[in-house]
Design a binder for this molecule. Sequence first.
Ligand code: NCD
Ligand code: ZN
Length: 366
Amino acid sequence: MEVKRYTNNTIAEIELPRPFDGHGHPRRDELLRLVGPMMAKRFASGIVMPNTKPPITSRLVASEYRDDILHSTDHRFSPLMTLYLTDTLDPAELNEMRTWGIYGVKYYPKGLTTNSDSGVFSPSSLWTPGTNAFNVLRKLAEEGGVLLLHAADGFDKNNNELDPYDQEPHFIRESLPRVKDAHPDLKISVEHLSTAVGAEFMFKNGGYKLGCSITLHHLTKDRRDVFRGGFRPHLMWWPIIQPAEHKEAIQALAIADKRFVWLGTDSAPHPVSSKRADCCMGGVLTHHMALEGYVEAFEDLGALDDRFERFASINGPKFFGFPPSIKTITLVREDWTVKNSYLTEGLQEEIIPFRYGETMRWKIQD
Ligand code: NCD
Ligand code: ZN
């Protein structure tokens, strides 16, 4: 990473290969038209989540969605597509997946997050031979694709409903080892790692076959922020933002310079009526400031150096099996204020972005 400093040694400017977003929800139609330029401004490429309405369950639909994203980003962003793992996804959809621009399959536990109704009913089908999910994962390993895990369980082995704060730890302890053992050749990415249990598992087991993405919100926010003065719907994501000790464990993992850890925003915009609602939807827009926020976070952690470049631009592409961008991006130390909301032509409702109204101290040089 190229760094320019002021005479007092404070970093004034950084230049790095254009980053990769390991996990994004650019949505479709009007929302995509809002989000596309935000992604293209910050990222060379990114993994696109398939939980649209309806979900992306065939390579034909994936390639139509890919075209829409290319159009919305003026071809300045490479969308790396994923298919939604359902109990009926046809393994043949993965034939020569890379030639269709498909890099992986996303596992959603049924009902545990936004648009997850089509998700896999029973997590055990991931490791039980003969199930449809098992056959898809076999095929995925053969094709060299990645299994992306929404690493959460809804129930324990006695069928008791889990506390939301325990969903990820339970999956990491009980389900992930079984998935790994059942599919030793499969590359697995644990998405939006959010707990100390997850971080410890990664330190022990991360490598060429197992990695994880880290969001900006799990890196910088904790449960105190979510409930300060009352519930803050614009800090509500799945997986849920954990108590501070988990955030600290995620921070330690992010700056530990491990090749199996990379940036993944989980930017997930929802119209304001879905956030200020009886049942607040999980997910918030971060594509409007994500890279600037990660730079700030790494600086606050004393790690704004080559570790940041590897986290943001190198590790993800290497894991997914393509070269890092040869283009660069420059960020300068300059204050700017996040908008309170976005409302563009065609959007029926406002989108309230992450850190609305707050001052950012890093800016992308146009
Ligand atoms: C995501 C969404 O809104 O699509 N929401 C979220 O809270 N992260 C779904 C997801 O990635 O789980
Ligand atoms: Zn997501």
